[in-house]
Design a protein around this ligand. Sequence first.
Ligand code: SF4
Length: 175
Amino acid sequence: MAFLPTELRGGEATPTLIPCAIDQDPYFRLARDIAETLGYPKPATLYSKFIMALTGESKMSASNPDSAIYTLDDAKTVRRKIANAFTGGQPTAELQRRLGGNPDICPVYQYHLLLDPDDASVKKIYEDCRSGALLCGECKKMLQEKVEKFLKIHIERREKARDKVDEYRISTKIK
Ligand code: SF4
């Protein structure tokens, strides 16, 4: 992946920027170590963070579709996944009001953090959770609206981009 663009351009040194998850880091460190001795430019990487699984584990699992919201999930599926999501909340509303929740272990909060561009709004969710002013049901409802809005825009853009996919597809054979 790191060296392919150079090969496709007949050996013309072509820099690459590779988006990947942080667990792929060792491979690209190795590629950077050997690239120049093989005559290629060192690849650059752009790391993404793992999002906590909706089930509460540290990362999503491909074998459990309910551990994440997929970009092609319909509204009904999104509602079900969020409704069933693990939270950092207390077992009852009364306890939540009295003791507050724990957004630091809560995937619902992680998704607010991911999807809401307004830092003040996310900070308020954090503080209201901690103080007990916000209940998990309300918090999930807010998230559901954000996810549905995000997916609606994403799906519209995806449809518009459908005809452009071939422009970015590499079909050349490497000699
Ligand atoms: S109020 Fe929201 S952030 Fe806090 S524990 Fe419940 S779902 Fe998580």
